[in-house]
Design a binder for this molecule. Structure first.
Ligand code: SF4
Ligand code: SF4
Length: 161
């Protein structure tokens, strides 16, 4: 079920936030967004988590919802697959906007260090799993799938302890 939206308080908005994001590499065209939602329609993360919505994140940035955006765990969900950028009719580079948000979150200490450590570990695991799968698609060796399964099982075991 989608999460209940918090009420936006005008006094909490930071009207310079959109400029700050636009000044980061890749964030330049964020104001071009006309909220068509094409980015959300093709995003693999939105498919598994309907509360993750690139269109909505862009709106929040443009409205100045700085703290809400930078402290949201969702800015760490993006797979950096560039699908949203490829499909955006306005050429808003949402993928690099996410990179900019991560940078600003770290710079502004919005992300606790234990969370960052965990994210780094998960990123490393994701890269390694991806490597196994890509390699398997070229060389159909069963040991590559076994290595993939072992890594996932090991990770799941670590998460349940
Ligand atoms: S696809 Fe582009 S224009 Fe449409 S909502 Fe997403 S960022 Fe905005
Ligand atoms: S780059 Fe991130 S936001 Fe864009 S489609 Fe991929 S996972 Fe979704």
């Amino acid at each position: 079920m989608p999460e209940e939206e918090p009420v936006v308080q005008v006094g909490d908005l930071d009207l310079r936030f959109a400029d700050e994001v636009a000044s980061q590499p890749g964030g330049e065209h964020i104001r071009r967004c006309f909220a068509c939602g094409t980015c959300a329609a093709g995003c693999p993360i939105t498919e598994v988590d309907p509360d993750y919505n690139p269109r909505k994140i862009v709106r929040q940035i443009l409205f100045g919802m700085r703290d809400e955006v930078l402290s949201s765990p969702r800015i760490w969900y993006c797979l950096v697959c560039y699908r949203c950028y490829a499909r955006c009719p306005q050429k808003v580079n949402f993928t690099d906007v996410m990179r900019a948000l991560r940078y600003l979150a770290i710079k502004g200490r919005h992300a606790p260090s234990d969370v960052l450590k965990r994210i780094e570990e998960l990123d490393r695991l994701a890269q390694s799993l991806r490597h196994n799968l890509v390699q398997y698609s070229f060389e159909k060796r069963s040991e590559l799938l076994d290595a993939f399964r072992n890594k996932v099982e090991e990770q799941l075991k670590g998460m349940s302890t």
